[in-house]
Design a protein around this ligand. Structure first.
Ligand SMILES: C[S@@+](CC[C@H](N)C(=O)[O-])C[C@H]1O[C@@H](n2cnc3c(N)ncnc32)[C@H](O)[C@@H]1O
Length: 235
């Protein structure tokens, strides 16, 4: 990949960010003072996206397909790199309709001919019947809106004495079911991009499915949530 290649991704990312409704997208993520937070994080979205995108493109084939779970603003440069530089098909699913609508409006305005749009759906149901050589899952199993108790445990925000054990067990089963369903959509060999806090869900699922996994040592930053991201090569 040349410097000129990556300039295309940066220019495309900036064009989309320029057309995003800063107040509305900021409010989705930060709830208060959203436009200011968006302006503060905008540079990090581009730079962290470049680092993660370059690392990903070294690991996935041209012309393959990715399923991204819970993808949002932080993944935008990575998704664009896959489509623009590696001719990959990207399915980016996210449960938040408003976030998908805002990102899609900006994508449509900036890059009408680029085949990338977010899908407001559960990733298990997106692109039905398709399988993927890459699964991206960044800060989903730690999402406080989806897994409130698991999120508190994963980030060490709850004291053991406060843990609602029944709720914890129910959420853990829900998360296990999600991990199994997502893993079933991954071809072998395949690649999983995920965070240090979530990796155990995929290691458990891979072991149960009899798949071999090589976990890379490299951990990269993300721009919005801030969890470190790495790669699992699945055999
Ligand atoms: C904490 S946010 C992380 C967003 C982004 N990946 C980042 O790192 O900035 C978690 C996202 O995962 C989404 N999510 C949770 N479960 C999902 C599922 N089964 N399918 C698709 N998206 C899901 C939520 O809607 C939310 O947008």
């Amino acid at each position: 990949m040349t410097r000129a290649d990556w300039s295309r991704v940066t220019a495309a990312t900036q064009a989309v960010l320029d057309r995003l409704d800063a107040t509305a997208i900021g409010d989705v993520y930060w709830h208060e003072d959203g436009a200011r937070h968006f302006r503060d994080r905008r540079g990090a979205v581009v730079t962290a996206g470049r680092v993660l995108g370059k690392a990903l493109l070294e690991r996935v084939p041209t012309g393959g397909a990715s399923l991204w779970v819970g993808a949002g603003l932080a993944e935008l440069p990575v998704l664009l790199a896959e489509v623009l530089l590696h001719d990959r098909a990207v399915t980016a699913a996210n449960l938040r309709q408003a976030e998908c609508d805002l990102l899609n409006a900006a994508l449509q305005a900036a890059l009408p001919d680029v085949p990338l749009r977010y899908v407001a759906a559960d990733a298990r149901d997106a692109a039905p019947g398709a399988t993927f050589d890459h699964l991206g899952c960044i800060s989903v199993f730690t999402d406080p809106e989806t897994f409130a108790v698991l999120s508190d445990v994963a980030y060490g925000r709850i004291a053991p004495v406060q843990l609602d054990v029944d709720r914890f067990v129910a959420e853990r089963e829900r998360a296990r079911t999600l991990a199994v369903a997502l893993f079933a959509r991954l071809q072998r060999p395949g690649l999983v991009t995920t965070t240090a806090e979530e990796v155990a869900w995929f290691l458990e699922t891979a072991a149960a499915a009899g798949a071999g996994v090589d976990a890379g040592d490299e951990l990269l930053p993300t721009a919005v949530v801030g969890d470190p991201v790495g790669f699992l090569a699945v055999r």
